[in-house]
Write a protein that binds this ligand. Structure first.
Ligand code: SF4
Ligand code: SF4
Length: 389
């Protein structure tokens, strides 16, 4: 039991922290085998200037210690030496968590690499996030790959069989909400819940310069209604996620988990149509850094390039302290660029006592009262049956 509680202590500790470097977003490759119409990185894909293995190793050697490595791309599993790259950050920077998104199209590569990460990095938690952007036809149409949905689902099933007993590996689905899929995401959520095999299902709003801008035609009202219908999924997954904790700890964990997710939904709704100030400063460029596949660096994925690591000998600490990055951080404070990007909402909120002590518990409280408010009766019955299961 003590071990179980100890695993969750970092979550409590994370609620109260001084502002310090916390997250590195690393585009490990530009190679990709998908053609997503939502991809904000599409104009950089499959270029020939990926960072070399030695350059990435140098990044880990020069970066300060930090908590979370967000791997990005391209399709990250197309990067050779991915496990070894993550190991450098585990050893040199003492990361605690790595986030691995995937389109799920290459099960052999994925499993070979995840096995190796588990072996090389025994102390880190892994979030393996499969992309599913709708039911079969919609998903395949958005991502431009025939049978993508079926193939990714098969990978999710195989991952469940293979990693069911590995508690430090969470298998999630990430869905990007667009004009083409928002009407069927409750059905997708139901399908995945019944299907089993995942630990969480998370939702982002399409962002950045998508190749198909029409996918961004969503209203805040439509999003608000959808979010309200998606919260019951989070409640069901939260029960599963914290099932092994003692009752009192479980309650606190659920409050922060659900409150945090509702808080994110709130900001997505507020910032969808135009920028609206977050209740905390955005700490992009101070507590986090984005490194593109070719070593260009930025404060966040939505903003322009602040500099190139090649000009700093691939020294991350030097880039973070550079005049360019200081200017960018100053510019952000005045930029009114408030966005819906969950990774940066998450990262920035960790350094705000106001958010941790007030906004998140309040969001949890509010979501209790909106419970099923927008949910049609038939859907409500299905949720109740699933909650009882
Ligand atoms: S969103 Fe990801 S999987 Fe899709 S094209 Fe872009 S990099 Fe590839
Ligand atoms: S508010 Fe959004 S766009 Fe602006 S700096 Fe932060 S993460 Fe980037």
């Amino acid at each position: 039991m003590q071990n179980r509680i100890a695993r969750y202590l970092p979550i409590v500790r994370e609620r109260f922290r001084a502002r310090q470097f916390h997250s590195l977003f690393l585009f490990v490759t530009s190679r990709c085998n998908s053609l997503c119409r939502t991809c904000f990185y599409f104009d950089k894909l499959n270029s020939r200037d990926d960072l070399t293995y030695d350059q990435i190793r140098r990044l880990s050697e020069t970066a300060p210690p930090f908590e979370k490595l967000w791997i990005s791309g391209g399709e990250p599993f197309l990067r050779n030496e991915l496990a070894e790259i993550i190991r450098h950050f585990a050893v040199n920077n003492r990361i605690r968590t790595v986030n691995l998104p995937t389109n799920g199209l290459l099960p052999d590569r994925i499993f070979r690499t995840v096995d190796r990460i588990l072996e090389l990095c025994p102390d880190i938690s892994i979030d393996l996030n499969f992309s599913l952007d709708g039911l079969a036809n919609t998903h395949d149409a958005i991502r431009g790959v025939p049978n993508n949905f079926t193939r990714t689902l098969a990978t999710i099933e195989a991952a469940e069989k293979r990693y069911q007993s590995v508690r430090r590996l969470r298998r999630n689905v990430l869905t990007v909400i667009t004009r083409e899929n928002y009407h069927e995401l409750v059905r997708l959520g139901m399908f995945l819940l019944r299907h089993g095999g995942i630990d969480g299902h998370y939702f982002e709003v399409v962002r950045g310069e998508a190749p198909d801008p029409s996918l961004k035609n969503l209203t805040a009202d439509a999003l608000r209604e959808l979010h309200s219908r998606l919260m019951p999924f989070h409640r069901i997954y939260a029960k599963k996620l914290f099932a092994n904790l003692p009752r009192a700890v479980r309650r606190i964990a659920e409050i922060y988990y659900l409150g945090n997710l509702r808080f994110h939904f709130d900001l997505h709704e507020r910032c969808l149509e135009s920028p609206a100030r977050w209740p905390m400063p955005c700490t992009a460029g101070q507590t986090s850094l984005v490194v593109d596949h070719n070593g260009a660096f930025r404060a966040c994925e939505m903003r322009g390039i602040a500099g190139r690591l090649s000009d700093f000998g691939f020294d991350v600490s030097a880039a973070l302290k550079s005049r360019e990055m200081r200017a960018e951080v100053e510019a952000i404070a005045e930029a009114n660029c408030w966005c819906t990007h969950s990774c940066f909402i998450q990262d920035s909120s960790k350094f705000s006592p106001r958010v941790q002590l007030f906004e998140i518990p309040w969001a949890w409280f509010r979501q209790r009262w909106e419970r099923y408010a927008e949910t049609p009766l038939e859907e409500l019955e299905q949720f109740k049956a699933l909650e009882m299961a």
